[in-house]
Design a protein around this ligand. Structure first.
Ligand code: NAD
Ligand code: USQ
Length: 404
């Protein structure tokens, strides 16, 4: 501002698409806590998929209305909630953007489980329609509304494949020599391992096109597997508690292992557990989004791409780490997925570190936070939902038929 207060100028109006979800809710609270004005948009499709699958968050999540009311009581800050389908209610999305004139739009609103995306033709088609349709709608709506909002999309490490190149995975773009001899810096080749991951590759092409054609300002964040449950903000009141997915479709690997250990269930390592993946703690997800909001590209800049990861780990090493802290067994079961049995993975994350991120790494102290949550709510767990329930193809389904 005029008095030289740079912090006031950095407060933004932010629409968070998918703000009722596992990453979106704690991020919305963090952004509000940092002084940004936050409007959540969500169609509650994730809660409806829980009903369809006969599962529920292990933690008792409250309705968006109760959550926002609780946040107001606890923090004095207001977060508004709008129930809207980004993939299907285009006109309402345009009206909302015109009315709110956000500085930034954070886009979490996609079907994010690889296993669910591979369950059936119905879920494959839903995942493509919802995710690609939603991202295209968002670009069209920003253009139609004539609001110069910065789009921040949650992509995935899975767009690169896992260790396919053999070297360090750079942030989005690679140097190549094109046929004919010209040197160029191009988007990293896409190597999706599921229909879900394929939608993130298709999204990435849409961002490239709309940036080039309409000079949209876009940041794509290639995030690793998120772990943890609560953040300092969601822990302030039980009504603010974050969701915790543990089932075979939506539960992610480290949170599943911590849940299984706390329940005394053998850890479900798929195949040899030689798969190496990237990880990030939920508190850092929120910090990274705030850093991305504060560092927008300027109009005309190419799509900004950050790798949103703290570290890489091998699945069986994580299982052994969790098992060593408890007396739970590690169970190697046939892999329901079509994926490399063993891979190395080396990922650059210098851009966020240069902006000041000091990433949280796997830390047994933080494991306790998850373990306490699981123990507190273990009566809500349905043990029949723990084993894999989606298979990548017929061969994988047959190999897994013996699991019990
Ligand atoms: P989530 O399913 O918990 O949250 C997504 C939210 O978006 C849900 O609340 C859902 O109801 C909503 N949504 C989906 N489609 C919508 C639509 N058409 N209109 C309006 N709302 C819609 O998932 P999450 O774990 O919070 O993931 C959020 C984003 O981050 C996803 O795009 C995911 O691909 C990405 N991501 C997640 C992880 C992870 O480990 N959880 C890792 C990397 C990237
Ligand atoms: N795995 C097991 N046992 C389990 C669950 C998983 O061995 O009980 C293995 C899987 O076979 C896989 C790895 O652990 O090799 C990771 O699986 P995951 O379900 O934790 O993660 P993934 O399917 O890759 O998807 C999650 C999020 C997704 C996000 C992605 C980031 O659901 O939204 O995009 O992580 S990343 O993996 O970096 O691409």
């Amino acid at each position: 501002g005029a008095n030289g207060d740079s912090s006031a100028a950095s407060k933004k109006k932010v629409i968070v698409l998918g703000g009722d979800g596992f990453c979106g809710w704690p991020t919305s609270l963090y952004l509000s806590d940092q002084g940004h004005e936050v409007v959540i948009v969500d169609n509650l499709s994730r809660r409806n998929i829980d009903i369809e699958l006969g599962c529920d968050s292990l933690t008792p999540i409250r309705s968006p209305e109760v959550r926002c009311q609780a946040w107001k009581e606890v923090s004095g800050k207001e977060i508004r909630f709008v129930n809207l389908d980004v993939a299907k209610e285009y006109d309402l999305l345009v009206d909302l953007i015109k009315q709110e004139k956000p500085d930034s739009i954070v886009h979490f609103a996609e079907q994010r489980a690889a296993p669910y995306s591979m369950k059936s033709a119905k879920t494959k088609r839903y995942t493509v329609d919802n995710n690609v349709g939603g991202s295209n709608n968002l670009c069209c709506a920003v253009i139609d509304s004539e609001v110069d909002a910065h789009i921040i999309h949650l992509g995935t490490m899975g767009v690169y494949g896992y260790g396919t190149s053999g070297g360090e995975i750079p942030e989005g773009y690679i140097d190549v020599t094109l046929p004919g001899g010209r040197d160029a810096n191009i988007l990293h080749p896409a190597h999706p391992g599921s229909v879900y991951h394929a939608t993130k590759c298709l999204d990435a092409l849409l961002w490239q096109f709309y940036q080039k054609n309409d000079q949209l300002r876009i940041t794509d964040l290639h995030q690793g597997i998120v772990w943890g449950t609560n953040t300092p903000q969601t822990a302030l009141d039980e009504r603010l508690i974050n969701r915790f997915d543990y089932d075979g479709d939506y539960g992610t690997v480290l949170n599943r292992f911590l849940m299984q250990a706390a329940m005394g269930v053998p850890l479900t390592v798929y195949g040899t557990g030689g798969q190496t993946r990237a990880f990030i703690h939920i508190s850092d997800t929120a910090r990274c989004i705030d850093l991305a909001i504060s560092n927008p590209p300027t109009a005309g800049d190419r799509v900004e791409i950050f790798n949103q990861v703290a570290e890489t780990r091998r699945v069986r090493d994580i299982a052994e780490l969790v098992a060593s802290m408890t007396d739970v067994e590690v169970n190697f079961i046939p892999n329901p997925r079509q994926e490399a049995a063993e891979n190395d993975l080396d990922v650059a994350n210098r851009k966020f570190c240069n902006l000041g991120l000091d990433p949280i790494t796997l830390d047994t102290g933080l494991f306790d936070e998850v373990t306490e949550i699981v123990k507190k709510y273990k009566s809500r767990c349905d043990p029949t939902k723990i084993l894999p329930a989606s298979f990548w193809n017929k061969k994988r389904a047959e190999e897994c038929a013996s699991i019990d």
